[in-house]
Structures are given as structure tokens and as C-alpha cells.
Design a protein around this ligand. Structure first.
Ligand SMILES: CC(C)(COP(=O)(O)OP(=O)(O)OC[C@H]1O[C@@H](n2cnc3c(N)ncnc32)[C@H](O)[C@@H]1OP(=O)(O)O)[C@@H](O)C(=O)NCCC(=O)NCCS
Length: 166
């Protein structure tokens, strides 16, 4: 899927993620998460998720070796569980995250999911602002879930239905 130029000033190419992308996606996740958190996902973990029926979307920009952004999800019961989303620094706040989520959700619509679910660290204010802008609401908390340097922060569990996405 090619993004319309009014939202980004270069043409980004978005397509379904495949196992051959796992290495590049692991590197993107690693670089996007200073805290380790979901960035701790390795090539083998991403390969396993895709191998076991998970879904992902990856975005490329002309002239850029690695991906500009990616989102990865797996099925948990009736929910599509977002494992991670990351957008490269140079492409942030240009609606790429929104488009990655939208394309993932359009895949989910064909697979009878009831909700999209995710966990986000309570101190990740940017990601929480992003998910709230995408109409996710907090449905639970996992106390002291993510390790930090000498302490732990809560995970917020956020969810939304698939209808009227974006
Ligand atoms: C979270 C992330 C994926 C958002 O990607 P993005 O492409 O920059 O997001 P978008 O441009 O699509 O933003 C959509 C909306 O989210 C909100 N938003 C996104 N970034 C924001 C920020 N830094 N501050 C406040 N609101 C923000 C805004 O409402 C924005 O709409 P607007 O720009 O029209 O105001 C990106 O910041 C990222 O990769 N962060 C590091 C990795 C991470 O923490 N992932 C989440 C794991 S749980």
C-alpha cells in the first residue's frame, strides 16, 4: 500500500511482514526502545510469532536500508494482541504509526477478532498518547511489570474494538 503524499513527504511502501523481515524488524524494535522493553524481541521471537499465525506490517522508504516502521501482532484467544509497534525517529509524527495500525487492523477484520489489545509501560507517555489518539482505552493494569534501573513500572493494558478504526 502506498501512503498518500499529504501525510508523509516521501512515498512509503507498506506491505505485510514476512519471516524474511524478522532480522530487520528486530533491529528496528531494538533501536526504537531505549528501555529494552518490547525492544528485547529478537529475530527468533519475531520468526516464531509469524510462523504461528501472527501478523505484521512493515514500511520502507526509498534509499533507506532498514524499515521506516513496523507493527507485529499475534492472536490471543479472540483478541489481536499487539506485540510492538515502532517508527524510526526520522518518520515520527507523520502518521506512519496510524497507517501501520490501520493496515494491520484491515487484516484483522478478515480473521474474526473481537478486540485489539496491547500492553504499554506506564512511563511511555508518547506511546500512551499515540494509543489514546487511536481510541484505545485502559482496561487493566499489571503492577510493577516492566523492569527499570532499580525499580519497576506498571503496564497499562489498553484495548479497542475493530469497528470504525481510524
Ligand atoms: C508510538 C509510535 C509508534 C508513534 O508513531 P508515529 O508514526 O510517530 O505516530 P503518528 O504520527 O501516526 O501519530 C498519530 C497520533 O498519535 C499521537 N502522538 C504520536 N506521537 C506523539 C507524541 N510524541 N506526542 C503526543 N502525541 C503523539 C498524536 O495524536 C498523533 O496525531 P497528530 O500528529 O495528528 O497530532 C512512535 O512514537 C514510536 O515508535 N515510539 C517508540 C516505540 C514505542 O514506544 N512503541 C510502543 C510500544 S508499546
Amino acid at each position: 500500500m502506498l501512503l498518500p503524499p499529504k501525510t508523509v513527504d516521501v512515498t512509503l511502501d507498506l506491505r505485510a511482514m514476512t519471516i524474511s523481515d524478522a532480522n530487520a524488524v528486530a533491529a528496528l524494535f531494538q533501536s526504537a526502545h531505549a528501555d529494552g522493553g518490547a525492544g528485547g524481541w529478537k529475530t527468533r521471537d519475531i520468526t516464531r510469532v509469524l510462523d504461528e499465525g501472527g501478523a505484521g506490517v512493515i514500511a520502507f522508504a526509498p534509499g533507506l536500508t532498514g524499515p521506516a516502521g513496523a507493527i507485529l501482532a499475534m492472536r490471543t484467544g479472540a483478541d489481536m494482541d499487539i506485540i510492538n509497534i515502532a517508527v524510526g525517529d526520522a518518520f515520527r509524527r507523520r502518521s506512519l504509526g496510524r497507517h501501520l495500525l490501520k493496515l494491520l487492523a484491515s487484516q484483522a477484520e478478515n480473521c474474526s477478532y473481537e478486540r485489539i489489545l496491547l500492553e504499554v509501560a506506564d512511563d511511555n507517555t508518547i506511546a500512551k498518547a499515540f494509543y489514546e489518539a487511536m481510541s484505545f482505552t485502559t482496561v487493566g493494569t499489571r503492577p510493577a511489570y516492566y523492569p527499570r534501573d532499580g525499580y519497576r513500572v506498571d503496564a497499562k493494558i489498553m484495548a479497542r474494538t475493530l469497528d470504525n478504526l481510524l
